[in-house]
Design a protein around this ligand. Structure first.
Ligand SMILES: [Zn+2]
Length: 318
């Protein structure tokens, strides 16, 4: 008897193929070469499993919500899914929740980027005595984006230990995706005020406000309008799941349209409680038009990370 996939596996393969088709038709309709997703999570399996366990347990950092993980799969399957969707470049958002962890995570992420050419080499940090040293090492090793998680890390982004880090990243023009809004639940240091203080001191810092700053959408739009290097990622915003909890104020839509060159597609893949395509459909449903969608889903990030020029040089192979 020839080997064949068990029925459940075959059904899930068919579902993935169908979803990949839906995602691909979305960007093909826009005339794009694919998507760039600046907010996807890859981390050591042991850590990711802990994160999933946290979501399973309806933990307080997620507001005790029911949060089924749609893409609970092995790493190779997850990267294959993103490629199937036509995501040309993505990130490995990883973050420490305590001291002594970031350097190790950065080592893992450097290796992941080496073996995953379509992943933008990602790094992270935590306020601790050696933070400036290992951030410099990560920059020298070629990190192209950093992740900071003010809610899970429960640290003050204005911490003196981070001043050199912000300065270094501003100077190197390396973007930092930062979860600093008070969603899904506030942390001790979340919200726009600490970030406003960081930006007052480092106005050229390329912060990418994760989740569009939810639920403080408008306060973070203020910061983006004030500082031209501040960007926002769309992660989970506008989806049915999020709108029930933290609706985006409709009156702010024109401001979102006005910042069309600084809004970047982010999804939170794989840790999302719905299929990937819903993020794209939610963006389309805003009605901000084809050019806005093209910029948000691909062009803004391609320019920020120099993907177009890599392509021209034939260097990236993606
Ligand atoms: Zn995330």
């Amino acid at each position: 008897m020839p080997p064949s996939a068990p029925p459940r596996q075959a059904a899930s393969d068919a579902a993935s193929a169908e979803e990949a088709g839906e995602v691909r038709r979305f960007w093909e309709r826009l005339g794009l070469p694919g998507l760039v997703d600046v907010h996807t999570h890859f981390m050591p399996e042991r850590v990711l499993h802990k994160v999933w366990h946290y979501f399973d347990s309806n933990g307080e950092l997620i507001g005790g919500l029911d949060w089924p993980i749609t893409y609970r799969k092995q790493e190779a399957e997850r990267t294959a899914l993103l490629r199937g969707f036509g995501v040309r470049a993505f990130t490995a958002m990883l973050y420490p929740h305590k001291p002594g962890m970031a350097r190790w995570l950065n080592g893992w992420a450097a290796d992941f980027a080496r073996r995953t050419p379509d992943c933008l080499h990602t790094a992270t940090f935590y306020p601790e005595p050696d933070v400036a040293a290992y951030v410099r090492e990560a920059v020298e090793a070629g990190a192209r984006v950093f992740k900071a998680h003010v809610q899970v890390g429960a640290y003050d982004p204005t911490d003196e230990l981070l001043q050199r880090v912000w300065g270094m990243l501003a100077e190197a023009r390396i973007p930092v995706v930062i979860h600093c809004g008070s969603g899904p639940v506030p942390g001790k240091h979340t919200g726009p005020e600490p970030i406003a203080r960081v930006l007052a001191r480092h106005p050229r810092l390329r912060l990418i406000i994760a989740h569009l700053g939810m639920p403080e959408y408008e306060e973070f739009l203020d910061l983006a309008e004030r500082y031209e290097q501040v960007r926002l990622d769309t992660t989970m915003a506008f989806t049915g799941f999020t709108e029930q909890l933290m609706p985006f104020p409709r009156r702010a839509l024109p401001r979102l349209a006005g910042l069309g060159d600084r809004v970047l597609l982010g999804s939170d893949f794989p840790n999302i409680p719905y299929p990937y395509v819903q993020q794209l459909q939610a963006l389309e449903a805003l009605g901000l038009g084809r050019e806005w969608l093209r910029a948000v889903c691909h062009d803004n990030a391609a320019e920020l990370f120099g993907l177009a020029s890599e392509e021209a040089q034939g260097g990236a192979g993606r």
